[in-house]
Write a protein that binds this ligand. Structure first.
Ligand code: FRU
Length: 495
């Protein structure tokens, strides 16, 4: 794939006037791979979900955005809103890097949201570079009012800790308002190159933070070299530590070194120890899943998570078209027998359009629209289907279940367009229960598969061509239902 090379000047250019992006928007908006119900960047590149929260009667999502193309350059927070977690509207730039503000002169990096009374607090990393181009991360705060006006605090909440490397970022607020206790957890890299989490505490959400120490996670003292996007969620009667260890290879996951994992356990905020109850597991068994973030949620009891459907340090076929990435569907998290489960948010049924006829074709091959939901009740022990095959049922992306090994294997290596070879082409998930259910969502360039009501998920980008629009049923006994899906994300040019 011919890769465009970018100078620092090009990728770190400040956006002065929205009209500078109009040409890029026009050139990319009609790509056959633009998504229809997944949040994607208005132009250029999207990466992490940020500031995900419910505030003023709406869900707010911000995303890491580099306007200029498929490149990690100057990062903004672009703002989208929704009333139902399904239909999203573009609002425009939320937070922008500013030369004059200094603390975030080279990027407004990832962070979290917290709504309190009539304000949404936005905690983010100001990525400062000094005159010698040395990086200085600041933990910054901005406040948004109900009219959507955002104002940065005069000064950051705190600066980098001198005992750690320059890699200290991605503040996540964990609040216990009934106890007047607020914690900010930050991902970091030690000087001896270990990934870890730093914890700051205050009695107030928006000031007076002091450094409390490094989080101890017994058994994980040497687990990757930088922990990006950490969070600690309380779900049911458990705590869940979610983070992205970098520089870590995991068995069965190719040669990639960027992972997103979770550990179920118990968090002791007094002694700053997270005690695992079980080994870690990857959050998603697919290829393209990173920087997961849970919403700060004052609306209901649900823990709702979204992630970047992409990975750092890799390229995608649409890079050639000057855009890249999307977010995953928002998912509801729950815990069963000490294990994290993920289901698509229940509101997602509202994008079902027409029910499709997929019963009993003798050859087991079904033509499907580009975006569909497929629900499969698996009645037999072993099972195999392929998505995105040609009309003869060949090629495509296969899903195969071997009941003896209790292994579900996902293989995207037979698609016409392959990419990120370094990550390998197959992924497997060892199931606890036998396979009984698959819920599959395809969009124009992605597939998300929820296994057994959320016991495992496979999330991946795929770039099918016009001929790859069939489903081939190879083995097993099933009941299937499918629906075409409506478009639910905004494609309008709002900056
Ligand atoms: C994760 C990450 C974060 C950082 C942001 C910059 O993908 O590297 O650690 O804040 O992206 O865009």
């Amino acid at each position: 794939m011919p890769m465009r090379t970018w100078t620092n000047e090009e990728r770190y250019k400040y956006l002065e006037d929205p009209s500078e992006l109009l040409g890029l928007y026009e050139d990319t908006k009609d790509s056959v791979y633009r998504q229809t119900y997944h949040i994607q960047a208005v132009t250029g590149l999207i990466n992490d979900p940020n500031g995900f929260s419910y505030f003023g009667g709406k869900w707010h999502m911000f995303y890491q955005w580099c306007p200029w193309g498929a490149v990690h350059g100057l990062k903004y927070w672009y703002h989208v809103v929704s009333e139902d977690l399904v239909n999203w509207k573009n609002v425009g730039v939320g937070l922008k890097p500013e030369e004059e503000y200094v603390y975030d002169n080279k990027g407004v990096y990832s962070g979290s949201g917290y709504s309190l009374e009539d304000k949404l607090f936005l905690y983010y990393t100001g990525n400062n570079r000094d005159d010698d181009y040395i990086r200085h991360p600041y933990t910054c705060l901005a406040k948004m009012d109900k009219e959507g006006r955002i104002e940065k605090a005069t000064h950051p909440l705190f600066k980098e800790h001198p005992d750690y490397t320059e890699h200290q970022r991605d503040p996540k607020l964990v609040a216990f308002p009934e106890k007047n206790r607020y914690y900010i957890v930050i991902g970091a890299r030690t000087k001896d190159e270990r990934g870890c989490i730093l914890i700051y505490g205050s009695q107030k959400p928006a000031s007076d933070y002091e450094f409390l120490g490094e989080l101890k996670v017994p058994g994980y003292e040497s687990f990757g070299g930088m922990w990006e996007c950490p969070s600690i969620e309380h779900i049911g009667d458990k705590d869940v530590l979610i983070f992205c260890p970098q520089y870590l290879k995991l068995p069965g996951r190719g040669n990639g070194t960027n992972q997103n994992v979770n550990i179920v356990g118990r968090m002791d905020w007094d002694d700053l120890i997270f005690t695992p109850e079980k080994d870690f597991s990857v959050l998603d068994e697919g290829f393209d899943f990173y920087a997961a973030a849970c919403a700060f949620n004052t609306k209901d009891e649900r823990t709702i998570m979204s992630a970047w459907m992409g990975l750092p340090d890799v390229s995608y076929p649409t890079d050639e078209e000057d855009w890249s990435g999307c977010l995953t569907l928002p998912r509801e998290l729950s815990i069963k027998e000490g294990r994290l489960y993920q289901r698509p948010v229940r509101e997602i049924v509202s994008i079902r359009d027409e029910e499709l006829d997929i019963t009993d074709n003798e050859d087991g091959i079904y033509e499907l629209p580009k975006t569909y939901e497929l629900l499969i009740d698996v009645k037999s022990k072993d099972f195999k289907i392929s998505l995105f095959t040609d009309e003869r049922g060949e090629g495509g992306l296969s899903l195969r279940y071997d009941s003896e090994a209790k292994l579900l294997t996902f293989d995207r290596g037979n698609m016409k367009t392959t990419f990120n070879e370094n990550e390998g082409f197959t992924r497997g998930s060892k199931l606890i229960d036998d396979l009984y259910k698959l819920q599959i969502y395809t969009d124009k360039s992605s597939v998300e598969i929820f296994v057994n009501d959320g016991e495992a998920t496979f999330t991946s980008r795929v770039f099918p061509d016009e001929s790859e629009r069939y489903l081939a049923f190879h083995a097993g006994e099933v009941d299937m239902k499918a629906w075409s899906l409506k478009t639910s994300v905004d494609q309008t040019f709002v900056i």
